[in-house]
Design a protein around this ligand. Sequence first.
Ligand SMILES: [Zn+2]
Length: 251
Amino acid sequence: MAQSRSFHDVARKVRRKLGQFLGQRQIGDVWPSGVVSFSFDDFPKTAFTMGGAILERHGARGTYYTASKLKGTASDLGPLFETEDLRAAHRNGHEIACHTHSHLRCSQADKNTLVSEVRANAAGISAIIEGFVPANFAYPFGAASPTARHVLKRHYASCRGIQPGINMKIPDTAELYAYSVYAGTFDELRMRELIDRNKAVGGWLIFYTHDVTPEPSPYGCTPEQWDAVVAHAAKTSPILTVRDVMAALNA
Ligand SMILES: [Zn+2]
């Protein structure tokens, strides 16, 4: 484990150097006061009806990591998205992005399986929003592996994990750091401190949750909690979708 961590630290450094060589812009140069993104995994309906509405009230938009095979199903997150939710989120300016098609755990999948999941999800999403090509990805369960990083990096502008951290300078787009907003561990002061620290260091802070509802699952939060984090971020730094951050970084 220690060995694989240090390998990734080296890999991150190499990518950063390569990024500088390729003329990618650094986060702190584009946003001296940092930038914040809000994302939802699995796209439960309430992520749009509640979570998306809160973002919109603050003039912001979110990123929805969608597994198209889960359309119209339900889970412990409540009912998941249906065709019209996906279209409405897209129409309102939110970003539709990708999980794997079937919510497959990438860490145990081989290359062919990963590629067929990528293709199936692209087809599933473009069948709902005609001609739309999703650009960014999040690992289901946050489960990455060297193979998954290598394969998925070729298909997406960025891949988001669940390792906590602030993305700095030229970020490691094979596995972006992110923080959960979960009801059971929610600490408003800590969230504010994270947003303030991100501003101080000129970083890119990404939050994620699942359902947003008064009685959330262990993987979701309440509308009040979500609103508190979004409100503090809106006062502190620009809020952009992952797509818009990646575009501005020229990555
Ligand atoms: Zn998921």
